[in-house]
Ligand binder design. Structure first.
Ligand code: BGC
Length: 739
């Protein structure tokens, strides 16, 4: 169907910005804040602009203005640590709910679920007396090997952005600020502390900044964390372009920008470049900042603006009185229920030959095999983890669900190879011997069983902050193990417990059913068991492409990742005022040569077949799509269609809309995700579904004008269940000329 419409795009955009500013809760105490700032000394002001403790920054004691308490990290409130170290205080009350990590949340494809997630995090953060969650972590999953892929949401900006909006609203509606991280282009962990990202302005705007822009513009996020890396030659924490020009002036951000931990690099640069708070110490924004103001290198207005940002957040978030914090254990049943909801909607069914799943009532003996069946994932590796009150493992979940119905036997099957710490060697001979024994035991268990549930994948040591994986191979001999199991038992379900893509070339053909079950939180084992036993139908969809092989993914295909650290190093001033401190600077360049063709945009445009495409995930029921129509309503493009559950049980489907611009004057991906909706449908029922897409999401970044444009002309709208299964198609004419 073709339709023509006219709209005053720029005018409407301007109006929506004005509306956002007026309704911004951060702007409700401006006069009071002005008075407070007038009464403060320079020392009092600067005292607020750096870490007081590892996870707090100071308020103004004299005026009874409380400190800001930060809560690490995005998927559960981190345990309490000593004020100036990473050592645990070993409390009992700080045991929190472990929520499914970022890629699991993203696999739900639901802004509503993200809202619940943010709300649950907020409730637990407040029980601990915290003001600002250091999350959500919303960098784009650029490379499948990325160490923090499990923590980040998706390879797609609209999916990441919608979930970031949901999370932010859920937290901030419940009196807890968020801190979007890491701004920006922190898409790799290798050399993150010094790598310089070279990216086109268009790719930066259309792909990497969108999740941040959406969470700021559509949800008024109160905090942003500057990333460790550099962009276009400037440290993020002193990047005037990113922090002042784009984030504050263009998007209207009114909250605080804090550095990543140890990610500040100068005093004057950071101060004028837009950073508000140096965390966790005061190397640059303590006495050095006072000196810089006194010497005239940093104007007092710059300091006042920062104090204003902090006070805005402080006044928008009521401080939890110290006497009320930590009175009960952090993890509470209402939040545990939300963790279950998220987990049960995140699990992705990739393959189900002979309808092996759900587990048939005829199955009497099940062999659960694999180290990840019993491994807890709340902690491990580098970076924020959760001291979980409890974590139901896959084995525990299955044992509970199958009690009295089938006999569950367990074999570990494989064990993680010990890692060589710096300067140490590891005796792999012993590990190899043990591996043979474990494999033999597992094969014996598989022989005895009607069905095998293999639970493998990665773990939190394999996927970790601080370094990227060398490859995406399944570690610790799992492929050989699965092949050995397949030789004795044809009925294998493989469950991947991982937060990122793994290479499935060996495992996929060896098994009948394949499931992605993520680092899925305190309730992960229950959720998995409920899916496998058919209590609920699977409904998760991949938030990233599962490539056939690593070399197919864009940065690897183009040879621009991994990069090498550049030989030699240069000395730089540590402090621009006190020019007597030097530090050796390390350098590496990350060239984002794939431009806007990130993730599925690359695979679909270049006709590279993935193992499983972005957006893919099966159910236990078939869904039929019919009758797509598109029309313009005000500033939205509404896509409507009929969705039928043609099966015998209630199930959710995530319907997706992708749009192509065939007459575009600029390079475009084959098509791009522009909208999606999770719909619950009763067995046999049909729902009329409408997906509303803001027309401004059809914009592209014009590199010559340095501005957004919405091109006129034809838009082809595809509707379906994944980026590669789009049975419906309709077209509409976009006409944005003023009259
Ligand atoms: C991470 C941040 C985290 C901070 C505090 C840094 O290493 O990059 O995401 O919030 O540490 O733990």
């Amino acid at each position: 169907m073709k339709k023509t419409f006219t709209f005053l795009f720029a005018l409407l955009l301007a109006q929506s910005c004005i509306y956002a500013q007026q309704s911004n809760p951060l702007l409700q105490h401006e006069t009071e804040i002005t008075d407070i700032i007038k009464s403060m000394t320079l020392e009092e002001k600067v005292n607020m602009l750096h870490g007081k403790n590892m996870f707090s920054s100071a308020g103004i004691e004299r005026l009874g203005i409380a400190d800001i308490e930060y809560a690490d990290g995005p998927f559960g409130i981190r345990e309490e640590m000593e004020p100036h170290s990473w050592n645990s205080l070993k409390w009992e009350t700080d045991k929190a709910t472990f929520f499914p990590t970022g890629s699991a949340l993203a696999a739900t494809w639901s802004k509503d679920i993200a809202y619940q997630y943010g709300k649950a995090m907020a409730i637990e953060a407040r029980l601990r007396g915290k003001d600002m969650i250091l999350g959500p972590a919303i960098n784009i999953q650029r490379i499948p090997t990325g160490g923090r892929t499990y923590e980040y949401l998706s390879e797609d900006p609209i999916l990441s952005g919608q979930l970031a909006v949901g999370y932010t609203l859920g937290a901030q509606d419940n009196k807890e600020a968020v801190c979007l991280k890491h701004f920006a282009l922190n898409n790799q962990e290798n050399m993150r502390g010094f790598v310089n990202v070279n990216v086109t302005e268009r790719a930066m705007r259309e792909i990497y900044l969108i999740p941040f822009e959406m969470a700021v513009r559509d949800a008024n996020a109160y905090g942003v964390m500057a990333a460790y890396n550099k962009v276009w030659g400037r440290w993020c924490s002193e990047n005037d372009n990113l922090q002042n020009r784009i984030l504050r002036n263009e998007w209207g951000f009114r909250g605080i920008i804090i550095s990543d931990w140890g990610g500040t690099h100068s005093t004057v640069g950071a101060a004028v470049g837009g950073l508000d708070v140096e965390m966790p110490g005061n190397t640059y924004m303590g006495q050095a900042l006072i000196d810089s103001v006194r010497s005239g290198a940093v104007p007092m207005e710059v300091i006042d603006a920062k104090v204003r940002n902090l006070l805005r957040v402080r006044m928008a978030i009521p401080a939890v009185p110290k006497s009320e914090a930590n009175k009960q254990v952090t993890s509470q049943p209402a939040q545990q229920k939300i963790a279950y909801e998220v987990a049960s909607k995140s699990i992705v069914l990739l393959k189900n030959a002979d309808n092996l799943l759900p587990i048939s009532k005829k199955v009497k003996t099940i062999a659960v095999i694999g180290d990840n069946a019993t491994r807890k994932m709340a902690q491990g590796g580098v970076g924020a983890g959760v001291k979980a009150l409890y974590e139901i493992t896959p084995l525990e979940g299955l044992q509970t669900a199958l009690k009295g119905k089938a006999k569950v036997i367990f074999a570990q099957g494989y064990e993680p190879k010990p890692r060589a710490r710096r300067g140490q060697t590891v005796n792999t001979e012993e590990w190899e011997k043990k591996a043979e024994v474990l494999k033999t035991e597992a094969v014996a268990a598989a022989k005895k069983a009607d069905m095998v549930i293999f639970v493998g994948g990665d773990n939190r040591e394999v996927e970790t902050e601080g370094s990227d994986r060398k490859d995406i191979n399944m570690p610790f001999g799992q492929e050989e193990l699965v092949e050995a199991l397949a030789a004795v038992n044809p009925n294998i379900v493989a469950v991947m417990v991982a937060g990122a893509p793994v290479d499935l070339r060996k495992v996929n053909p060896a098994v009948k059913s394949l499931v992605y079950s993520w680092f899925n939180g305190s309730e992960g084992g229950h959720a998995l068991a409920d899916i496998l036993t058919g209590k609920i139908a699977p409904s998760g969809k991949l938030p990233f492409t599962l490539p056939e092989k690593l070399e197919d993914s864009p940065a690897y295909a183009l040879g621009v990742f991994p990069q090498k650290e550049q030989a030699g190093s240069s000395d730089v001033f540590v402090d621009l005022v006190n020019k007597d401190k030097f530090r050796a600077e390390r350098n590496a360049e990350a060239d984002y040569s794939e431009g806007i063709l990130v993730g599925y945009r690359w695979f679909t445009t270049k006709n590279v077949k993935p193992m499983y495409p972005f957006g893919y995930g099966m159910s236990y029921v078939p869904f039929n799509y019919a009758d797509a129509k598109a029309e313009i309503n005000g500033t939205n493009l509404d896509v409507t269609f009929k969705l039928t559950n043609a099966g015998k049980m209630e199930a959710d489907e995530v319907a997706q809309v992708y749009i192509a611009r065939p007459d575009s004057k600029v390079e475009r991906p084959k098509y791009e995700l522009k909208g999606f909706k999770r719909v619950a449908i009763k067995a046999g029922a049909t729902e009329n579904v409408t997906i509303s897409i803001p027309i401004q999401h059809l914009r592209h970044w014009n590199e010559f004008q340095h501005a957004w444009n919405v091109e006129t002309g034809k838009a082809i709208i595809y509707v379906g269940s994944s980026s590669e299964n789009l049975p419906l198609q309709t077209t509409i004419e976009i006409c944005n000329s003023p009259q």
